[in-house]
Every structure is written in structure tokens, then in C-alpha cells.
Design a protein around this ligand. Structure first.
Ligand code: AKG
Length: 375
């Protein structure tokens, strides 16, 4: 199967991520995040609008002047007041948004599609005249009728924007729908396409991937997927998705930094890395059931599509539980420098299973028992 040849990350922990309920980044933390994702190698870093708060405006200007390799974007309403602030801040580009779905138009601005396009023309021409890279998104794209999307995006494309953006603002779209809509828009515009998808129905990473397959060039991610409600696609999730196809797809990123970046942001927002985070979950490379451990010990590829060492992680074969198998027990004994025959390993495993039925057991208990069986 062939995949599109272009892929860029728009890392938006400092915009979408700041909208996570637990986030309030200090200026130092904002700099630390920008530096970390820049060193990781993301191509774009998106920050909160300078109109959001005075400190946000100061931090945006500071990070824009920092000389990072990534291009610095700010996310603003499609409004001349915000556009002027974006230009003053010294960023490389502006990510504009305007709600186009019936649901949001009614409560947010009440404008018609023609009025949206008219406003966009003014703002885009202003930003372009000041040398900014411009992207325009239809907010709530997946509840906007396709003919409306096509009409708006064709008009915007003709203005010479760098990208248009499709946003699954409420996380309603399915992967197939995302693929189909992206492919339909891809056929209508010549500019690049960005995708931003929320995780309300658990499809954020799958949708981001299908957007890329359907013709998106730029994918929005945040560290750990933090964002409004339950967030968007995570940086680690997209790296895992791409690496599962071919590690070469992520070779230009410093993927061994992922764990430290996830740890850092988790601490900043007052949580631990969730158990189901791709790659960086504490249990992402832990194998437990006897059938799995037997196979993994024979060949890790049996139950691992990603090589933990690529990400600076190590594999764990869990032995202190009642699902343990004798192969795992024999391997643990070898690590301790003990030789157990198959009969001894089977007997030790049976004993651990019985103990595990009675209560929780820990690694020390297992190790002590293995020494007993070796005697
Ligand atoms: C959303 O629609 O959920 C956003 O956060 C904005 C996305 C965009 O500007 O493309």
C-alpha cells in the first residue's frame, strides 16, 4: 500500500492543549514546551491567540523571537483586530478559523457563507500583505454540508492561502467519513490541507490518519492529546500510527524524546501519563498473560508492532500474577542467574498462580520462591 509523501505536524499543545481543563502554562512552561517539541522536530508550533490575554500576547512574541526551527503560528478568529495583533507578534503564520456549521453559525456569529467569505478575503489579504503564512479553517467542518465546505474552500484557495484546515470540532466524524470528505476537498483545491480532530467518540488518532490518507498534508496534535473536553490526536499516538507502518516515516523526528516530553507535560497539567497512551504509557511494553509472554520471549515481534528501544523504552515480562506462564518464570529465573528445569519452572508457576488466587503478589515474593524451587 502506498501513502502520501508529505506529512507535517502542527503541534498545538500551546493552543489546543492550553484549552485542556487542567492546563494553565506559565511563561517558563510555555518556553519549555516550545523548546521540547522543536527539538523533537515538529514542523509547526501553534500558540494561543494574542487576543486571549496580555500574558499570552507577550509569550507569543517571545517564542516567535526565539529562533526555533519550527514555524511559529498563532490561532486567531477571522477578524481584523486579531489579525493586527498576529502581525505585531512577529509569528510566521496565522491559523484562522470561522464557524461554518449551522449549529455554530447560529450561536457564534449568525453570518451567511457569503459574509464569511467576504470577511475572510479582507483578513487573508491583510495577513498575506504582511508576509504571514495563512491557513483558513471551517470550524465544525464535519457538521457543515459538503457543498458549503467546497464553496468556502474554493474561494479561500483562490486567494493563495498556504493551507485550508478541516476541523472535526466536536469529534463526531468516523474514519471513513474523514477519508471521504478529505478526498472530496483534495479534488477541489490546490493548497495544502490541515486536519484537526477531537476525540469525543474515540476516533482522534484514526481520523487524523485517515485525513492524511485522504489528502491532508498537516496534522494537528498535542502532547498526550490534551485539549478541550477529552482532547485531540496525541503526538505519541500519531508517531505510533506512522511507525507501525514503517519506522522510516518517523525517522526525521527525535522519537526517543517522546517519553520525557509526555512526562513533562503530564506533570505540568497535574496528571500521570494515561495507561492507554501509545508508546509512553508505563505499561505500553508490558506483557502479562502466559500465552503472550511465551511468544514474546521467543520473538518480540509476535506481540509488539513497535520496537521499544526505538523510543528509549524497555520491554517488561510481568511474572507476579496468577496468569503467569512457566516460560516467563524460567526466563525470570535465568535473569536471577538460577537454572530451573521445565518441571521446576512449571511447579513454580503453579505455586505463583495459587498464591495469586489468594492475594496480590509482588516481584520480591516471586524471586524468593524461584530461589526455593532451584534448591
Ligand atoms: C476546533 O475546531 O476544534 C479547533 O480547535 C479549531 C481547529 C482549527 O482551527 O482548524
Amino acid at each position: 500500500m502506498s501513502f502520501p509523501d508529505r506529512f507535517y505536524f502542527v503541534e498545538t499543545t500551546l493552543r489546543e492543549g492550553e484549552q485542556f481543563a487542567g492546563a494553565r502554562f506559565t511563561s517558563e512552561q510555555r518556553v519549555a514546551i516550545a523548546d521540547a517539541v522543536d527539538a523533537f522536530g515538529v514542523e509547526y508550533i501553534e500558540l494561543t491567540s494574542p487576543a486571549a490575554s496580555p500574558q499570552s500576547a507577550r509569550d507569543l512574541a517571545m517564542i516567535a523571537r526565539r529562533g526555533l526551527k519550527a514555524r511559529i503560528l498563532t490561532h486567531i478568529r477571522c477578524h481584523m483586530d486579531d489579525a493586527r495583533l498576529a502581525v505585531e507578534s512577529g509569528v510566521n503564520g496565522a491559523n484562522l478559523l470561522f464557524a461554518t456549521s449551522e449549529q455554530l453559525r447560529q450561536v457564534s456569529h449568525g453570518r451567511t457563507l457569503d459574509e464569511i467569505i467576504e470577511r475572510a478575503v479582507e483578513v487573508i489579504e491583510y495577513l498575506k500583505s504582511h508576509g504571514l503564512e495563512v491557513r483558513f479553517s471551517c470550524e465544525d467542518s464535519f457538521r457543515t454540508p459538503l457543498p458549503d465546505l467546497i464553496r468556502v474552500y474554493k474561494a479561500i484557495d483562490s486567494l493563495g492561502v498556504k493551507r485550508i484546515g478541516l476541523a472535526d470540532t466536536v469529534g463526531v466524524a468516523s474514519p471513513r467519513e474523514v477519508y471521504n470528505v478529505l478526498a472530496a476537498i483534495r479534488a477541489e483545491v490546490s493548497c495544502d490541507i490541515e486536519f484537526h480532530g477531537h476525540n469525543d467518540s474515540g476516533c482522534a488518532i484514526a481520523n487524523a490518519f485517515c485525513a492524511w490518507e485522504g489528502g491532508a498534508t498537516h496534522i494537528d496534535v498535542t502532547v498526550l492529546g490534551i485539549g478541550e473536553r477529552n482532547g485531540i490526536a496525541s503526538l505519541g499516538g500519531m508517531i505510533a500510527r506512522l511507525a507501525a507502518i514503517d519506522p522510516a516515516l518517523v525517522s526525521r523526528y527525535n522519537v526517543e524524546m517522546l517519553n520525557e516530553i509526555d512526562q513533562m507535560v503530564a506533570e505540568m497539567v497535574g496528571m500521570t501519563i494515561p495507561f492507554n497512551s501509545c508508546i509512553t504509557s508505563p505499561t505500553a511494553f508490558t506483557h502479562k498473560a502466559g500465552m503472550h509472554t511465551k511468544a514474546v520471549l521467543a520473538d518480540p515481534r509476535s506481540y509488539e508492532i513497535l520496537d521499544p528501544s526505538m523510543f528509549g523504552r524497555t520491554r517488561t515480562v510481568a511474572v507476579a500474577h496468577r496468569l503467569v506462564g512457566w516460560h516467563a518464570i524460567a526466563e525470570r529465573a535465568r535473569e536471577l542467574g538460577i537454572y530451573l528445569s521445565e518441571t521446576q519452572a512449571r511447579a513454580a508457576a503453579a505455586r505463583i498462580k495459587a498464591l495469586g488466587d489468594e492475594h496480590d503478589i509482588d516481584g520480591t515474593t516471586v524471586d524468593e520462591l524461584l530461589y526455593e524451587y532451584a534448591e
